[in-house]
Design a protein around this ligand. Structure first.
Ligand code: LLP
Length: 461
């Protein structure tokens, strides 16, 4: 994960700099970010400070135009650069909700789900089952049964999946993909290639032939595709080129054994800009690289072109998301640090404490005021590491100010928790000056829903 501290962000109007409408993953902020007549920040035509006051904070704001623009960027780049059929599947682990599912479905994308919860969200959000793939390195029998009943494609990750599916003995053959470890490991600025990868996901490449032979004797299985995924928040293109070769080799093997494999699923992984120094490739460049590499690797081997699938998560939704917080207490430790505490933290965005990731923030009502203060934005959790932004430049902020943190649309809501029994935030979808609630704010009483107090422990009245 690359980063510098967000203190390094450019000055005023950074959100209008290097705006790349065709590839929002290269922007720091949603494509609709602008100043209103009073110099306040707005997204989707809605003043962020107003949204915070209307819906409360922390609040996840999702910009519909940005989300649709990224979806279109994938769709159009695939159509333009790949000579065969192609489909982008939204990796819903990045942010799973009915509204986001409905939006990506309406843009013609498919979806990748990894649990019964994500599957049900996808189906109820209107994603057609034939556009859904079901992943997971430890699927339960119940989850597999649901996937088979729904008629989605199951990505077999290991022998255990195959045993459970055989035990279900479905009447209709199951559409199956095989996931294997491609032996390509990615880091942000380098990648190494190894024969074996230390990964819990997918069949070891050495086992691939045995699995393919095994499946020839499974009447319940219809092998439709091969899958591999090399990592996330990746800025380099070369590992994706190399992956194409590895996958084409696997495709050749599968077809030579008699499997009429149609789909090649290259996973996700394209990075986004969290701070101004991040410089990810555009969606267009990523798709072009992958599409050309897959087409070339197949033609070199004389293989009929497969359908190309990819599974972007972060690069589809991250930039569309902004989180709003209200500033509360301030603690100045002379010569050491100033802490500004907000009303959320590691429960709504666990990425800084988990991955030491960096973010960019502004004051929603004074985005252009001189950032003359250096502060550390802390959350409200009982944990010293609960810091959202470390030593960032902000205008002097006081209690009641609304802080907007950018690029929080991926792996924030979906990784949120109730640590310290703090309710999960609400989410609103904004577009053309309209805001719609798409996730209701959890209430403290609701957190007790699953507690059971045995009779003998009940307080005596
Ligand atoms: N496909 C598969 C099989 C995956 O495992 C993932 C992500 C994706 C697609 C989507 O990758 P993306 O396009 O989002 O990079 N929680 C971490 C990220 C974990 C990614 C897990 N797999 C974070 O917050 O950075």
């Amino acid at each position: 994960m690359t980063s510098t501290t967000a203190a390094a962000i450019a000055g005023p109007r950074f959100y209008e700099a290097d705006r790349d409408i065709a590839s929002p993953n290269r922007n720091l902020t949603p494509i609709t970010t602008a100043l209103d007549g009073e110099g306040r920040l707005q997204v989707g035509g809605c003043a962020l400070g107003e949204l915070a006051r209307r819906y409360g904070t922390p609040l996840y704001v999702i910009d519909e135009d940005t989300l649709r623009a990224t979806a279109r960027a994938y769709r159009e780049a695939l159509a333009h650069h790949y000579p065969g059929p192609a489909l982008a599947l939204y990796a819903s682990k990045a942010n799973s909700s009915l509204a986001i599912t409905a939006l990506v479905a309406s843009e013609g994308l498919g979806l990748d789900a990894v649990s019964a919860g994500e599957l049900l969200t996808a189906i109820q959000g209107g994603m057609p089952p034939e556009r859904i793939v079901f992943h997971g390195n430890n699927k339960s029998l119940e989850e597999l049964r649901l996937a088979v009943e729904l008629g989605v494609t199951v990505v077999a990750d290991n022998w255990h999946d195959l045993e459970l599916l055989a035990a279900l003995a479905p009447l209709q053959p199951v559409r199956l993909m095989l996931r294997f470890t491609p032996g390509i490991e990615c880091h942000t600025h380098e990648y190494i290639r190894t024969g074996h990868l230390d990964s819990k996901f997918g069949f070891d490449p050495d086992q691939l032939e045995a699995v393919l032979r095994h499946l020839l004797n499974c009447p319940w299985a219809r092998l439709t595709g091969l899958h591999a995924h090399i990592g996330s928040q990746i800025f380099e293109l070369q590992p994706h080129r190399d992956l194409a070769g590895v996958m084409a080799e696997a495709l050749k093997l599968a077809r030579s054994l008699g499997h009429p494999v149609r789909d090649l699923n290259v996973g996700g992984g394209l990075g986004i800009r969290y701070v101004s120094s991040d410089d990810p490739p555009s969606i267009e460049a990523w798709v072009r690289t992958v599409a050309e590499a897959v087409a070339a690797a197949c033609s070199e081997r004389g293989l009929e072109l497969p359908r190309l699938l990819c599974e972007p998560g972060r690069s589809l939704v991250a930039t569309a998301g902004v989180t709003l917080y209200t500033v509360g207490s301030r603690k100045e430790i002379p010569g050491i640090r100033t802490y500004l505490s907000v009303d959320g933290g590691m429960s709504d965005n666990p990425r800084p404490i988990t991955y030491q990731s960096h973010y960019t923030a502004v004051l929603a009502d004074r985005p252009e005021a001189e950032a003359s203060d250096t502060v550390t934005v802390a959350g409200k959790h009982c944990e010293s590491g609960d810091v959202l932004l470390k030593d960032v430049a902000l205008p002097p902020a006081t209690s009641g100010d609304v802080l907007a943190v950018f690029a929080t649309g991926a792996y924030n809501a979906s990784m949120s928790s109730n640590y310290n029994r703090i309710p999960k935030p609400a989410a609103v979808l904004v577009r053309d000056g309209m805001a719609e609630l798409v996730q209701r704010r959890e209430q403290p009483e609701e957190l007790l829903r699953y507690d059971v107090l045995p009779e003998r422990l009940r307080p005596v009245a």
